[in-house]
Every structure is written in C-alpha cells, then in structure tokens.
Design a protein around this ligand. Structure first.
Ligand SMILES: *Cc1c(COP(=O)(O)O)cnc(C)c1O
Length: 366
C-alpha cells in the first residue's frame, strides 16, 4: 500500500483516528454566512451545552484553533477579575496555563507537585484557607503529559466550599469522563474538537458562566465578543473552519448514538485494560499506579535493555499501522500509547501483536 492509502491507527493524545462517518461529513462545502451553516453552528453549540450539564446561565463558545487557543481565551476572559488565579501544576499542560498567565500579565500563583501525583484536595483546602488573595483555581482534569487523573469532583467541592472560582482544562477528558459544569460548580471549562469528542482538529471551545467573561483578550480570542456574535446573528466573527464544524456536529451525533459519554468511557476503559495488561505481560512497566491512571493515555517506561531504541520501536509500529507518541514526563524516559478515538479493544489486541513482532525484530537485529 502507498503511504497515503495506508490506514494508520493513531494511538496518540490527539488528533485521533476518527470514524468514516465523521470524515465523510467533511465532503460538502458550506457558505460561512449561509443560514444552513448558522444552523449547523447552533447544533454544535447546543450539543456542547447538552453534554456538559449546562443551563441558561451558561454559554458554549467555539473558537478557531487548537485546544490551547481555548485555554488561553478562557484564562484571559475568566482569569482577569480581582485577586489571583492559583494554577495547580502536575504536568506540561498545567505549566502551559502558567505560561499563558505570565505572558498575558494575569495575576497568578503556581502550586506545583510531582508529575505522578494527583492534586491533594486537603492540601488545596489548606492553601485556600490561608490565602484570601487566591480568587480562582485553574487545573487540568486529565494531565495528558502522563495520563494522570486529577480528582476533579473533590477539587471542585473544595473550591466551591471555599467560595473560589474554578477553571478547568478538560481537553483530554471532555466527552468521555463526566465533566458537568453544574455539578462541579465550575466557572469555565476548555476543551477541543479532536479528543474524546472524536472530531477532527481545528476547534477549541469554552463552556462558561455567562457572567464570568470579565476580561478581554487579543481580538481573535475575545470570548465575550464571539459570544455576542453567536447570540445576535449566530455567526462566527472570522472565517469559520466550516468542514471542522460539520465533522464536530456529526461527531456529537455519533457520541449520542454510541450511548453518550458513559458508553464511550466504558469503551476507553476496556481499551486501557487490554493495553496495560498486555504491555505488562510483554514486560513493560506503566509509570502511574492504576488508581490515578485516567482511561485516556498510558505512559510506559522505556525498557533499559540494549535492544530498545525509541525511534526504531516507533518505526516498527508505524510500519505495522500504529502510531504511538513520545513521552513527555520530565523525570523519566518514557513513551505513551493513547486509548481514545475510534479505537476498540480488538485494535488494542492487534497493537499488542505488533509490539510483540517489533520486539522480536529489534532483538534479532539490534
Ligand atoms: C491536547 C491538550 C491541550 C491542547 O493542546 P493543543 O495542541 O493546543 O490542541 C491542552 N491541555 C491538555 C490537557 C491536552 O491534553
């Protein structure tokens, strides 16, 4: 097969392998100002509101760009009031929120913990009790750096009890793990089209309290201005990624047809169980204890034996139709394998067979 016709399964943190159904939704061209496209945008906005438990106090605001565009828009719009934002950091995406606040001149403090340890709600409670200047808390739900799951319900309960606003980067969890803006009393949530919603890349979005859009941003990331557009004439302010919107609308229908987020989460959990158990049987070590492992992406320690070379391992899997991801944890040499997207336990079984074959090849030729 040629490289272009070959079907590679992306076992990465996004973009992901999407279904033919979602890919097929991009085969039509749309006029950006046409009523049909305005209706399509509305369908996406309503779908996002529905699956996040939102009510009339909330808005869903899609933006052109990748997920980080939405995180920056959220921090600039909702992280600008009096007091500081406390950023809880246990991975690269938490550090990125701190970078955004620093660059944007937003008052913030960073509370950093090791990359393999979830946020401790008791420590957060103590910190918030001691520091009245911390008006808001920002946290990453699933730290895709490692695959670590932060205890969002407990963090949210702690923030609510302490009367602090909560901003969540739910990029790699939204659509699968429960992220209910009302149940969490969250002020804002940022996510994107191309992770657990199983759309294609190109849209980030912020779900938020309408009364929380207090800050401005650069013109292109101004959430309040974009919300005014959607509220008044249903239009995007700048050229919308029309085909990506169409794919996301289809992906939201597909999610409902699968049985909603709970069914998708159950599938991802099965994927991770097959993957982790199978890789352990082949001698690999997972970097996180199962108790804090999110059912999204798994980090494995690089074997220290002489045969292992990440590039050759990667290439061998790529030749067999699987794309894995380099590691991102600071302290350890590792690689990651994603369990999200249009991927099923049978795919994980096939992946394990491929890993076995690549190990044999590398041992024989190393
Ligand atoms: C993917 C991801 C992002 C956004 O990354 P982009 O490359 O901008 O799409 C942000 N936070 C987390 C936790 C992510 O997994």
């Amino acid at each position: 097969m040629t490289h272009t016709s070959r079907k590679t399964l992306l076992l990465t943190p996004g973009p992901l392998t999407v279904s033919d159904r979602v890919r097929g939704a991009m085969m039509r061209d749309w006029g950006a100002r046409d009523p049909a496209f305005v209706a399509l945008t509305r369908r996406v906005i309503d779908g996002l509101l529905r699956i996040s438990g939102a009510d009339a106090r909330h808005a869903a605001i899609p933006l052109q760009g990748s997920g980080t565009f939405a995180v920056e828009a959220m921090l600039r719009a909702c992280g600008a009031g009096p007091g500081k934002t406390l950023i809880l950091v246990n991975g690269a995406y938490g550090r990125r929120m701190a970078d955004i606040c620093r660059t944007a001149g937003l008052a913030h403090d960073v509370h950093e913990m090791p990359e393999d340890q979830p946020v401790d709600p008791a420590a957060l409670r103590a910190l918030l009790g001691a520091r009245s200047d911390l008006s808001r808390v920002a946290v990453v739900h699933c730290e895709t750096t490692s695959g670590l799951l932060n205890p969002i319900e407990q963090i949210a309960g702690t923030c609510h009890a302490a009367g602090r606003a909560l901003l969540i980067d739910a990029m790699s969890s939204f659509g699968a793990l429960p992220v209910d803006i009302n149940a969490l009393n969250a002020t804002a949530i940022a996510a994107s089209s191309n992770k657990c919603l199983q759309g294609v890349p190109g849209i980030g979005f912020v779900l938020c309290r309408r009364d929380a859009l207090v800050g401005g941003g650069p013109v292109v990331l101004d959430l309040a201005a974009q919300l005014r557009g959607f509220d008044t004439d249903g239009q995007w302010r700048f050229t919308p990624p029309t085909h990506v919107v169409a794919a996301l609308a289809e992906a939201l229908d597909e999610l409902a047809d699968e049985g909603g987020s709970a069914a998708r989460l159950a599938r991802y959990r099965r994927n991770v169980a097959v993957l982790s158990q199978g890789m352990r049987a082949l001698g690999f070590v997972t970097l996180l204890p199962d108790a804090v492992q999110a059912p999204i992406i798994v980090s494995f320690r690089e074997p220290e034996e002489a045969w292992f070379d990440f590039q050759r391992f990667y290439d061998g899997l790529d030749q067999r139709g699987f794309m894995i991801y380099a590691g991102k944890m600071r302290a350890l040499r590792s690689f990651r394998v994603g369990a999200i997207g249009q991927v099923f336990p049978e795919d994980m079984e096939r992946f394990l067979e491929a890993v076995k074959a690549v190990i044999a090849e590398l041992r024989a030729t190393g």
